[in-house]
Design a protein around this ligand. Structure first.
Ligand code: KG4
Ligand code: ZN
Length: 336
């Protein structure tokens, strides 16, 4: 079969990223321009600034990608773009850019769900084997998804309130930990002990998650201790929060593995960069003798290579082909 080259565009949050991916697996080139330093000045991503920065950067990112790869865009087979979920302004910059390229080069435009992209990041250097269990953990999503084939999803459960990454970020704020909250809380936790009693999430037999109780108990603890002028051990608090946050994930994966047979478990989304989470999940998959797959760090955080990887089966199946009326959506589930 003829090789398929896809140019992928990702602008859903604070990374302007473009990639050329061959046959959904071989990353010919990947550029990631991160705006993190700018948003760090404000303690979090400022949507208006993010979309303006995407607009300023995107053509330069394409130029850099083409210079490095020496790829002639005439040889591209399709343009893939993240259309949801994410920040509307950022998504629209990527979508209009992709539409323009699709119009100029007369190539199909493929719309890709960002969260599905995170799952397919696991197919770049490894192979997805079905049926699999995907644990999607990011700033906006905590979803346990079963996949029986390419784009054959079943949502087992999701968060009833906050996402795990969101909890990391909010807890970081109340602890005065600088942005980005998640990675910094992880760093602090490394030198801490689990000694603070925090609100346990609902311990039921469903596949649903909940993080607002845990988040609130950290916020209340910090406020109460501040009022009493008591010193908080920030490392211990980070370690305690992380313990409860990850325990929720491992318990639900354990429950799913006890009920069904899977060929593999994959971690997907920004929070899968967390080493403690990876280690704890590995203990569970080892217990059931199931293979665990986690993308390399570069493919864990937002990047366009995963969008190219996720677009390939769509291109082959002729699915998700969009026209120039394509619009962005801020909130959708992995399985939509
Ligand atoms: O997937 P992602 O880059 O963007 C979304 O699609 O949301 O995930 C970003 C989220 C943020 O909440 C960030 O704090 C969290 O992932 N995150 C982490 C770590 N690295 C990123 N959370 C915990 N530990 C980390 N090492
Ligand atoms: Zn993401």
């Amino acid at each position: 079969m003829k090789d398929v080259y896809i140019l992928a565009v990702e602008t859903s949050c604070d990374e302007t990223s473009l990639a050329i991916v061959k046959n959904g697996k071989e990353v010919i080139g990947l550029e990631v321009y991160t705006q993190m330093d700018t948003h760090a000045l404000y303690g979090g991503v400022v949507p208006e600034i993010a979309s303006r920065m995407h607009t300023e950067a995107i053509t330069l990112v394409l130029e850099s990608l083409l210079n490095k790869t020496k790829f002639d865009l005439k040889n591209i087979d399709a343009i893939a773009v993240t259309y949801a979920p994410g920040l509307m302004g950022g998504l629209l910059v990527g979508i209009e850019f992709a539409k323009t390229l699709s119009f100029i080069y007369k190539k199909p435009l493929i719309k890709v769900n960002h969260m599905v992209g995170h799952i397919y990041a696991n197919n770049i250097e490894d192979n997805l084997e079905f049926p699999l269990l995907a644990m999607v953990v990011s700033g906006g999503h905590t979803e346990l998804v079963e996949m029986t084939g390419d784009y054959k999803f079943k949502l087992l459960g999701s968060t009833l309130d906050d996402a795990i990454g969101e909890a990391y970020d909010k807890v970081a704020r109340v602890m005065n930990v600088p942005y980005p909250g998640g990675p910094n809380v992880e760093k602090l936790a490394k030198d801490g002990n689990v000694c603070y009693e925090l609100g346990k999430p609902v311990n039921d037999d469903s596949f649903n998650f909940s993080y607002s109780g845990l988040k609130s108990s950290v916020i209340n603890l910090v406020h109460n201790m501040n009022q009493r002028n008591e010193e908080i051990n920030i490392n211990d608090l980070a370690a305690s929060f992380q313990y409860y946050a990850v325990d929720e994930i491992t318990r639900k994966i354990d429950l799913a593995l006890s009920k069904n047979e899977y060929k593999m478990v994959v971690l997907a989304g920004g929070v899968s960069a967390n080493m403690y989470l990876r280690e704890e999940v590995k203990k569970v998959t080892d217990k059931y003798n199931v293979r665990l797959c986690v993308p390399r760090m570069l493919y864990c955080t937002d990047n366009a290579a995963m969008i190219g990887a996720a677009a390939y089966p769509l291109f082959i199946q002729g699915k998700n082909i969009a026209d120039f009326s394509l619009n962005a959506k801020s909130h959708i589930s992995t399985v939509e």
